[in-house]
Design a protein around this ligand. Structure first.
Ligand SMILES: Cc1cc2nc3c(=O)[nH]c(=O)nc-3n(C[C@H](O)[C@H](O)[C@H](O)COP(=O)(O)OP(=O)(O)OC[C@H]3O[C@@H](n4cnc5c(N)ncnc54)[C@H](O)[C@@H]3O)c2cc1C
Length: 414
């Protein structure tokens, strides 16, 4: 008779591997199925810049040796201005980070199968009892977790995730050496994570330079193909063309060279979440729209959603009740602990990426004038703090936003 697991997880990204770590540490029988081969892991899925903060490292016991570089400030850049916020951060070597999570989970007893692409849920007598993988193989479990990122095969088939194509943000990044971190007219990017708002570089989105030590950086950009993208984009340019254009025109990259085999790319959905769980099932990480809509922080959120799923699985297995109602504990935890105020943050993101370049320059000046409390509250979606950052000259922007909102509705599941 086939072994029956307490929990089966599809995908060994930050979400899936962290969920396995938490469950194995509590002695549950966990199986993780990962589509990539173990020898290459993670080649295809080495998609992330890996920018994060000490709170993530401390909360999840992540060792310093998966950190490429510790940073001490976050810089926001606009076409002609910038704003510096002193804040400690860490740029991960994303591949090492993923391998650490897998190794640590295994040490606690989690079982991993690589080369195991999950394709379908297995339903018997109307009940979800397992998954098919690697063609026709079947694994049986009491709870199934989809942590496969935006592909979300199980969540889609079970009607849980409603990721919509028009809400998909795409990103690409290269690693470079020989970069001038103190380029003329720019702020010093030594030990910085820099995010740039500039439609000439990333139409309808943002770009970044994260320092990774000496004269090396990760440099990339991302956008959603929204109204703002259509307004500022050049017809025949793809995302790599935009990145190459930036590398060719910004003097900081004049003497820089690309590091071989060091490019990362992927996507995530920026929209409101719908249902996150059902009978015997949860969807975590980028399988549901977990990534922060403003700055694309997805790692810490994926890890927090993993922990919320592990807590829920523990509760439901202990109570021997894996009904949709009991599993919805996960939805509650998601909305309170993983992505609180998701609607407000989505609203800020939509407004931010709709604003024109000259408003970005003015925004940097406003940020310098605002007190830290207002900034912190605005970033968390506090409406009063947000209002403080608007001026009468923003009325045309707000009207354009209202028009778009009226026409398309809020980015959310139908
Ligand atoms: C270019 C780029 C830069 C980014 N930079 C940052 C950053 O600086 N900071 C930050 O916090 N976030 C960043 N993010 C977002 C962050 O990387 C993601 O939010 C995070 O990786 C989500 O983790 P996850 O485990 O949900 O999904 P993923 O990382 O996508 O992992 C999914 C795993 O499932 C596997 N898989 C897929 N399909 C199947 C299947 N059918 N069966 C079995 N396995 C499957 C994949 O191989 C992969 O290992 C970035 C994203 C991109 C694209």
């Amino acid at each position: 008779m086939d072994k029956r697991y307490d929990v089966i997880i599809a995908g060994a990204g930050p979400a899936g591997a962290q969920c396995a770590r938490d469950l194995a540490a509590r002695d549950y029988d966990v199986l993780v199925l990962e589509t990539e081969s173990e020898e290459e892991f993670p080649r295809q899925s080495n998609k992330s810049t890996g920018g994060t903060f000490p709170s993530m490292l401390a909360s999840f016991g992540i060792p310093d040796d998966v950190v490429m570089h510790f940073t001490d400030k976050v810089v926001l850049e606009s076409p002609n201005d910038h704003f510096v916020n002193q804040q400690a951060g860490a740029v991960l070597e994303f591949a090492d980070f993923k391998r650490f999570l897998v190794g640590d989970g295994r040490n606690s007893g989690a079982e991993y199968r690589f080369d195991a692409r999950v394709t379908n849920p297995v339903i018997e007598d109307g009940k979800l009892v397992g998954v098919t993988y690697d063609g026709s193989e079947i694994a049986y479990g009491d709870i199934i977790v989809d942590a496969s990122g935006p592909s979300a095969p199980l969540a889609k088939m079970l009607g849980v995730s409603d990721l919509q194509r028009e809400n998909q943000a795409i990103g690409v990044e290269y690693e470079l050496e020989g970069v001038d971190l103190h380029g003329d007219g720019h702020t010093d990017l030594t030990d910085a994570m820099m995010l740039r708002l500039d439609h000439d570089i990333a139409p309808g989105g943002y770009s970044w330079i994260f320092h990774t030590g000496e004269d090396t950086v990760k440099v990339g950009l991302c956008y959603i193909q929204n109204d703002s993208h259509d307004r500022y984009a050049t017809d025949d340019m793809g995302i790599d063309d935009y990145l190459n254009h930036w590398l060719e025109t910004d003097m900081r990259f004049e003497n820089a060279t690309r590091l071989e085999d060091k490019q990362h790319r992927g996507s995530a959905h920026i929209q409101l979440p719908g249902k996150l769980s059902t009978d015997r099932f949860m969807a975590i990480g980028d399988t549901v729209p977990t990534v922060d809509p403003i700055w694309g922080e997805g790692i810490h959120k994926a890890m927090r959603s993993a922990r919320a799923a592990a807590v829920t699985a523990d509760k439901c297995l202990t109570e021997n009740d894996t009904s949709a109602e009991n599993m919805s504990t996960y939805d509650d935890l998601w909305h309170t602990n993983v992505a609180p105020r998701s609607k407000a943050r989505l609203l800020i993101a939509e407004l931010l990426y709709l604003a024109p370049n000259d408003r970005y320059d003015a925004f940097m000046r406003d940020l310098r004038k605002a007190d830290m409390n207002t900034l912190k509250n605005a970033n968390e979606g506090n409406k009063l703090a947000l209002v403080k950052l608007f001026k009468p000259s923003d009325i045309p922007l707000l009207l354009r936003f209202a028009k778009q909102w009226y026409r398309d509705g809020f980015r959310g599941p139908s």
